[in-house]
Ligand binder design. Structure first.
Ligand code: CP
Length: 327
């Protein structure tokens, strides 16, 4: 198989890049996010070739370690690694020695002993990737930890938005739904504000984080709007979040029906946003709960583009990380 080199198209990772691990985007600079965008553009060119492969990560080993289910994140990392010539293996915690009581630290140490250069991990507990990062030389990529962060999802969301808009600066971005339990929302709040967008959060008071407002030590400033019509007025970007249906059982929602009435993104509500507003959703989607089917599949939806861009953005991140490991 012949492959064309990537060096002709991808910018050099140094000196902007400072990270050995990717744990969140809260410590990413605008220049680092722009480096990810530029490198993603080069990866999209690779993916447009008849042979969608380059040997940039030949000799590297990536292992995905997932303690929670995933479709998009896990598969796109595995595809990204293979497209770059890396060896990729996956471990699902429920089918591993974790079920025999093996600790997180012993598990990641074992993956490193098996030759992992990069470990992509998803864990139900916020902070778990930060602990793992203290015990291994391999780069840890956070693929979602508890309610805390999902940095690669945010980066692919930002990339998808900037593909359609000239710049993120000055855009009005509205995030609607269960923000309290959303790692996607938290990472997007950081990424969007770093890139100069104005963020409005919209949802019932019980589903908004308590660290917002005066006690906010952990998130950049955002607008809060409980009324969805007012939130959508003039929006450039509308991001809906999956309603985690178990929230009704935990008493945070009176009923799903009431939530749908008050917060579903319908065609009528979307018409209050700008005519060229983009509709995003990280998936998986509860169609006709947080978003009407007609909107999810409508002309303003970029949900499938988010999924496709996920492969290119993750290729870019692996390429940049591997470049920084050599230094
Ligand atoms: N957006 C996202 O994290 O999807 P998966 O759970 O399918 O990976």
């Amino acid at each position: 198989m012949t492959t064309q080199p990537i060096k002709t198209v991808a910018p050099k990772p140094a000196p902007v890049w400072r990270h050995h691990h990717i744990l969140d985007v809260d410590d990413f600079s605008r220049e680092e996010i722009e480096l990810v965008f530029n490198t993603t553009q080069a990866m999209k060119e690779v993916l447009s070739r008849p042979i969608k492969r380059v040997p940039a990560l030949r000799g590297k080993t990536l292992i995905t370690l997932f303690y929670e289910p995933s479709t998009r994140t896990r598969l796109s990392f595995e595809l990204a690694a293979k497209n770059l010539g890396a060896d990729a293996a996956s471990l699902s915690a429920p089918a591993s020695s974790v079920t025999k009581g093996e600790s997180l630290i012993d598990t990641v140490s074992t993956l490193q002993a098996l030759g992992a250069d990069i470990i992509v991990m998803r864990h139900p507990h916020s902070g778990a990737p930060y602990i793992a990062a203290q015990y291994v030389k391999a780069s840890i990529i956070n693929a979602g930890d508890g309610w805390h962060a999902h940095p690669t999802q945010a980066l692919l969301d930002l990339y998808t938005i900037q593909e359609h808009k000239e710049s993120l600066k000055g855009l009005k971005a509205v995030i609607i739904g269960d923000i309290l339990h959303s790692r996607v929302a938290r990472s997007n709040i950081w990424g969007l504000t770093t890139m100069g967008a104005e963020v409005t959060l919209c949802g019932p008071p019980t589903l908004l984080p308590t660290e917002l407002g005066e006690q906010n030590h952990h998130l950049p400033p955002t607008n809060i709007e409980h009324d969805i019509e007012r939130a959508l007025d003039g929006a450039d970007v509308v991001m809906t979040l999956r309603l985690q249906l178990e929230r009704q059982q935990s008493g945070l929602l009176p009923s799903i029906r009431e939530y749908v009435q008050l917060y579903q993104l319908t065609e009528a509500r979307l018409s209050l946003a700008r005519p060229d507003a983009l509709v995003l959703h990280p998936g998986p989607v509860n169609e006709d709960i947080e978003i009407a089917s007609a909107v999810a599949h409508g002309p303003q939806s970029v949900i499938n583009e988010q999924v496709s861009n996920g492969v290119a953005v993750r290729m870019a991140l692996l390429y940049i990380l591997a470049g920084s490991q050599k230094q």
